[in-house]
Each structure stands twice: as C-alpha cells, then as structure tokens.
Design a binder for this molecule. Sequence first.
Ligand code: F6R
Length: 364
Amino acid sequence: NKGNHRHFMEKEIYEQPEVIAHALGHYINMIENRADMVSGIDFARIPSLAISACGTAYLAGLIGKYWFERYARLTVEIDVASEFRYREIPLSPQSAALFISQSGETADTLASLRYCKELGLKIGAIVNACESTIAREADAVFPILAGPEIGVASTKAFTCQLAVLAALAIGAAKARGTVTEDEVQALVRSLAEVPRVMGKVLNSIQPEIEFLSRELSKCRDVLYLGRGTSFPLAMEGALKLKEISYIHAEGYAAGELKHGPIALIDENMPVIVIAPHDRFFDKTVSNMQEVAARGGRIILITDEKGAAASKLDTMHTIVLPTVDEIISPMIFSLPIQLLAYRTALFMGTDVDQPRNLAKSVTVE
Ligand code: F6R
C-alpha cells in the first residue's frame, strides 16, 4: 500500500524518520546498557574486521568502514561480494566479518559469508529480512528494522543500514576503549537526532529538488563528488540516479578529480558536490573551484556552516541543517534520493520497477 504516495520509492523515502527511530531505539539501548553485547561479535578482541556486500549495501559498508576505523581504531577490509569471494584475502580466523544485505538472499554476499565461515571467522549479518538465508547462516544477526522495502532502488534500507553500522561502530569503540564515555554519550546523542532532522529536511527541500531535477533530466551525464564518508555517498547518489532515471552518472572521491574525470567538465556536465562543513570542507571547496574554473555547473549540497563559508558561485546550493559528522551521511542521503526520484519522474521511467533490475539478486 503506497498510502498518499505515487510510488513505493517515494513512500519509503518519507518513511525514513520513523523507521530509523525504530532501529535506533533498538541499538542505542544496546550501546548504553551492554556495549559488549552490541554484537555477539567480540569487538574488543578481534584484530580486524572484514565487510562485504553488493550495490547500495556495499556503499553503506564503505561508510561503515570509515566509522570503524576512526572511532573504534579497527582495520577494515571491504570489497564488493563478487570480488571478495574470489580474492583469496589472507583473513585471520580471529577476525570477524560483517555482511550487509537488505534481502538477505544476494548470491554473492551469501557466498562471501560461507567463505569466511569456512575460514573460521565470526559472522555478523546486517539484514532487513531476518528469516533470510544470510540471517540464518550468521552467528550474530543485526536487524535494520526498516520494514518491507518494495521499490527496487534501495532508500530506507540504506539509511537504516547506516544507522546500525554507526551504532555498531560506537559500540565497538566503547568496547575497545578507543573513545571516552563522554564521547560515546555525545555520539549517541547525535544519532538520536537523526529522525527529527530528517523530518525537518523532508519537509523543506521539495521545491528546490523539483527545480534541480528538471535540470538534471535534460543532462546526459552527471558527476557526484565527495570526501570522507561523502565519497561513498557520492557513489550512492550516482548509482541511484542511473538505476532509476537511466542518466549516466559517476561518483568520485573529490581528490581524484584532477586525476582524470576533470577532462569531462564542461557547461553541459552538472557536478553535484556533497560537502558538509567537516574536516574536509576546505579541500572539497578547492576541488569545486577547479570545476568552476572550467565552466562546470555546480550543485552544492552542504550545511548552514558550509554555505556561510563557501564563496563559490554555484548553480544552486542545497543547505541542510548543521549536524554532527557521524550523522551527516544519513541526512545527506535525503537530497540524493529525492534528486534521483524526481529526475526519474521527469524522465517518465518506471521508478519502482526500473528496466533490467530485480529486487533480489539470487544468481551470481
Ligand atoms: C540499489 C540496490 C542494489 C542492492 C543490491 C544488494 O538501489 O538496491 O544495489 O543494494 O542488489 O541487495 P541486498 O541488499 O538485498 O543484498
């Protein structure tokens, strides 16, 4: 049932404040009361963590890698499952491995899980479908509690995966003693803000998304740039746009721009820059200057602090509330998802059932 929405995808985008609140309720309790039990994985003892998944779930994992490394000082090996399973990675049996899958049935992810299990690693699964094969074969199951996701393009499952990964990374940091109790409290408070801030953003950005999507629907190619956790989010933005609007898009680390893709920049190529006012902001701005100097049209997605600090001439700047760094990927997902959705509407594509795609990929 789509309720008042035209598509399941739209409904699922707007459901995010509610489902994330639900997921966070579950995990924040676990962090506060029993950090050691956030897991069933002994984060204090493992030498490293492996993560594998496909598509959007993989990009959530990539953001998780930044968090586990930064907060829990845990080395993370990550790859798309179709590569991970064949790479013969020298993994320690003392390590743990996390597999992320909305459906819990993705063939390559399941094969990677079985490969790690064979090697003796402790297996965690971040899944939406708790009755799935991946959930059944894991030692520890971390439900994302997003409710059924019908739209083929993943939206609420992605942000719920992020919420769970953030909670696990904080739990791991607490267990490993790499953050102080005050820092844990501050991170948890930031996480708890997500539903409210998401609601506020969803209520306010509609008009500018509408206007920008009309522009994007006239383009053949779109480039997304970001640094830090905004880099995987840039790739997610590009993936979402191509899968439902069929417009070619690429997501790049902002610092890689000058190593090739800058050759593509001209006045026909919009560049969507994801840049909250974080540690990387100034560097990303200097990459934007390189784009502007070559006539590229910039759509900047930033926060209030970033908008005040950047003097650049952009085609448009979307200004989101300023939030703690750990939650910005969840908040910045919203304009990314809505831009893809509205652009697809202008293109007249079948948003919930894009051509050639299946919701659950059970063959290799
Ligand atoms: C993109 C998308 C896919 C899935 C991927 C993994 O919007 O939905 O990239 O994320 O096929 O699926 P799950 O999470 O079911 O393993």
